[in-house]
Design a protein around this ligand. Structure first.
Ligand code: CS2
Ligand code: MN
Length: 358
């Protein structure tokens, strides 16, 4: 696939080298971010330039950012949001100047994605991330302690230390924010930034909530097709788009992921795809992540790639979380080996589908 990418945490923070990424056949894009700019602040041009040059010097491209996180004041709808929105606009303009085409973000309150085990061992001794409702610790503080311990010192996306330190305060701040209030606040944000995106040709791509259901009483507003239709209507523009994360959406068996792809890619509302597989476990809603292959998980990756092909997808795609295999120990889900296998598999499916159709 033309724009196959690989998420990378930067030379200070990722054991994986750009050269390693370059050596994964059929990989052209790095999906990157500035991890040292606190959420809410403007991303400085010099730092964006440095990242861009580093990636290009390695023979790769940087056109997708994941993520520019949204300050909680914007999601809560506090008066201070206006300043944070101004900063966000400035960041969009700065990124556009360096050729960024897509910004991935999410609108989940307090937590980004959540798992109950970051090292769930499969029978072949590979390790994956898993979610089991029975293992959910209902006290958010205890939950955080557990995630911190499990991630063994790695900063997980969305679990940055400054965010975690504030969780108690945030829970109180979100107490009046239900799904409709959160949606209103998303609209306020989109109305402000989408015109800037249109001006600079940068597409926003909202990532689904993961898992796609409310947790700890906090609202979730991007869980399924209906939510996508509602979000689309908040601000009509192709710049108000989605990241379709097959794993996140697929965690609810009621979501027909290939159908969602067909609908939203055809409408040009999905500039960015996360392709990963998950496997349902005994209990309703429980799952563990798996190798990308259809044979290893519950999602039909062939149908997913076929939906992309049939709708003429020419946006950006990356493998998502992988297993920890072959002795690799690193940031859970973000090792080199299994994501590289994922890319090879996805590219193989794509080649076969392309040839079948020509
Ligand atoms: C996760 C998220 O599933 C995923 O891709 O790793 O952290 C994701 O990157 C963010 O929610 C996007 O804003
Ligand atoms: Mn994802």
């Amino acid at each position: 696939m033309k724009n196959m990418g690989f998420r990378w945490y930067g030379s200070n923070d990722d054991a994986i080298k750009l050269k390693d990424i370059r050596q994964i056949p059929g990989t052209t894009q790095v999906v990157g971010a500035l991890f040292d700019v606190p959420v809410g602040e403007v991303w400085p041009k010099e730092k964006i330039a440095a990242l861009k040059h580093e990636v290009e010097a390695a023979g790769l491209k940087l056109e997708v950012i994941e993520s520019v996180n949204i300050h909680d004041d914007i999601k809560i709808g506090l008066p201070s949001r206006d300043q944070y929105i101004e900063n966000y606009k400035e960041t969009i303009r700065n990124l556009a100047e360096y050729g960024i085409k897509v910004i991935c973000y999410n609108f989940m309150p307090v937590f980004d994605w959540l798992r109950t085990n970051l090292h769930y061992q499969l029978s072949d001794e590979s390790k994956v991330m898993a979610f089991q409702s029975s293992k959910l610790v209902n006290d958010p503080d205890k939950m955080i302690e557990k995630v911190k311990k499990d991630s063994q010192g790695f900063v997980m996306p969305g679990w940055e230390p400054e965010r975690l330190a504030e969780v108690k305060r945030l829970f109180t701040a979100y107490s009046g924010v239900d799904a409709s209030k959160l949606t209103e606040n998303l609209k306020y944000f989109l109305d402000a930034i989408i015109p800037v995106c249109a001006e600079c040709d940068v597409r926003m791509a909202m990532h689904p909530d993961d898992p796609p259901r409310p947790l700890f009483g906090l609202p979730r507003i991007y869980k399924n097709r209906e939510d996508m239709l509602a979000i689309e209507q908040l601000h009509e523009s192709k710049y108000n788009g989605f990241t379709i994360c097959t794993g996140s959406l697929g965690e609810n068996p009621a979501n027909d992921v290939p159908a969602i792809i067909r609908e939203f890619v055809a409408k040009d509302r999905a500039p960015f795809i996360h392709a990963r597989n998950i496997k349902f476990m005994g209990n309703e809603g429980d799952f563990h992540e798996s190798a990308h292959l259809s044979s290893e998980g519950s999602l039909d990756m062939y149908e997913i790639m076929k939906a992309l092909y049939d709708t003429g997808f020419d946006g950006y795609i990356r493998p998502d979380h992988g297993r920890d295999i072959w002795g690799e120990e690193g940031r859970p889900g973000y090792g080199l080996y299994d994501r590289a296998l994922g890319i090879t598999y996805l590219n193989g499916l794509w080649e076969a589908i392309e040839k079948e159709n020509n």
